[in-house]
Design a protein around this ligand. Structure first.
Ligand code: CAA
Length: 261
């Protein structure tokens, strides 16, 4: 029987429609072991299937959001650690999570930890958060999406600087470069993340994943293709009851009652 790793990612329901997931390996700065990643994948699969969850907030216990891939496992297993099919499947599943996900970056987001944050849709940073791709110092470079997603967000020059030097970036600079959308005092980070998540969760859970896919296409597709994706998703939205309800509620000057379909 497989050991249970449920405690590696804590799950709470702090507000209606919101799931708070906390990476919980603080003694190792939430280094992304295979077990931690597969636990996160499992948690997200449950959240995806649960119609009462409209938004996920992802944060880290202790001093780190996540300090990257597990260096000790890479040392022990080499390429088999990086190319582990189950590890890669976990990453792909986290990337494919359909509902909105907010990263509440409480501390270090390094290497794979930054790459995990880059899979989230909205990035918020505590003023003590630190960002880097330190792999170059280990004779490596980002391998879980960082070399592709960072330049799309912060531009080629700053991304190159991060990847080639491994230097730490503080929260204020991260916000200036567009890596995060807000910087908050440490004690305000989670309340603000939950507030935004609550705003998202009270919208239609049939519609927010379509909006997420449309905005994501901007980073992943050429313009003409992205516009076609946007158009197709908006057409899809007309097939939902919630779209009709939203328009009708406006006309009737009342709050909409969304049913997620
Ligand atoms: N993997 C495994 N363990 C890690 C880790 C990681 N990425 N990062 C930190 N830890 C462990 C440390 O080994 C230490 O454990 P022990 O107490 O058992 O020795 C514990 O977490 C606390 O860390 P430190 O004692 O180092 O804490 P510090 O405050 O002195 O330093 C730090 C903090 C600067 C973040 C430092 O821990 C650090 O540099 N960590 C590594 C960051 C890094 O290089 N990340 C990239 C990993 S490679 C990657 O992600 C690869 C890829 O895409 C292919």
């Amino acid at each position: 029987e497989m050991p249970s790793h449920d405690d590696l990612v804590l799950a709470e329901r702090p507000a209606a429609g919101v799931l708070l997931l906390t990476l919980n390996r603080p003694e190792k700065l939430n280094a992304l072991s295979k077990a931690l990643l597969s636990t996160l994948r499992d948690r997200l699969a449950v959240a995806e299937a649960d119609g009462s969850i409209g938004c996920v907030v992802l944060t880290g216990a202790g001093r780190a959001f996540a300090a990257g891939a597990d260096i000790h496992d890479m040392l022990a297993r080499g390429l088999a650690s990086y190319a582990d099919p189950e590890r890669l499947a976990s990453w792909r599943a986290i990337e494919a999570f359909a509902k909105p996900m907010i990263a509440a970056i409480n501390g270090y987001a390094l290497g794979g930890g930054l790459e995990l944050a880059l899979l989230c849709d909205i990035l918020l940073a505590s003023e003590v958060a630190r960002f880097a791709t330190p792999e170059i110092k280990l004779g490596s470079f980002p391998g879980d999406g960082g070399t592709q997603r960072l330049p799309r967000l912060v531009g080629q020059s700053f991304a190159m600087q991060m990847v080639l030097t491994g230097a730490m970036v503080d929260a204020v600079l991260a916000e200036r470069k567009g890596l995060v959308s807000e910087v908050l005092a440490a004690e305000r980070l989670l309340p603000r993340a939950l507030e935004i998540a609550g705003d998202i969760a009270c919208r239609s859970v049939a519609i927010t994943p379509l909006a997420k896919r449309a905005v994501r296409a901007a980073a992943e597709a050429p313009l003409a293709e992205g516009l076609a994706i946007e158009h197709a998703l908006v057409v899809d939205s007309f097939a939902t009851e919630d779209r009709t309800e939203g328009l009708r509620a406006f006309a009737e000057k009342r709050e909409p009652v969304f049913r997620g379909r």
